[in-house]
Design a protein around this ligand. Sequence first.
Ligand SMILES: [Zn+2]
Length: 277
Amino acid sequence: MRTLIHRPHLRRDSLRARRRPTDSVNRSAETTPARSPPRPATTAPETKWTGMETRGQAEEWNEIRLEALLSGLPDVGRALLKCDGADHPCLLPICAVCALAYRRGPIAQLHALADAYEGPHEVATLYLGLFPPGSLGDADVSRTHEMLRKRLDRAGFKGAIVVGGIEVAWQENWQRWLLHAQVLAIGVDPRAWKRLEVALEKSGTAYPVDPVALRNPDEQLSYCIKFVTYHRPGRRRVPLPPDRLVELAAWCAPHRFEDFLFAYGARRRGGRLVVDE
Ligand SMILES: [Zn+2]
């Protein structure tokens, strides 16, 4: 039962290719085609994409969070209350309104990368760590970047581009936090995915490495950069229990949104993702 990693509601057989045939993944190939030189990046869409919440929804989500945060983490709760997301943004990762504004930039960058480089193009959920309730504070964001970079190096990802978000999901049924990355992966050798999977086979999750072809970039790339405070004990999204919401808010409060952006084979420069030479 694939309950261990939360994932976009995308069924492989329901996906339709959007663009050129090179978008499709060829996991069976003996060798992976080398990444081709960048073409001039096409302009990433600036309007709202499938998979993006509206401003109204983001405000509603903040409303739902407020009660628990005002009593459990008053400073953060008050910052959310005062945040207008525009002239006086709180810039807290737990704020749905500020998250909505932040996400547009990196999601556009992912689109630009996917458009500029030949594939294979995939999105993947990558296991990073498990934390019991009350211990999320032990998850060190900057060390997590380093750990993932090393794991990718060791598994043979050199030459590939892996970019996306580090995030945490509450797994109610297991009573644990799952720290993971949700990434766009370009030009990954199928053998490298396999090596990474083997390296993580004792992770305690059934699918520590879960790549799928990029077939619906609007939805799948939006999903790579998000700051969620819901969980899915069943099929439906439900808000986090108040104590877990407070724990999550306390964990991410010292961070900026950008701290959760992971980039391998590329780096952030002046708000843009630049691919390593
Ligand atoms: Zn805010």
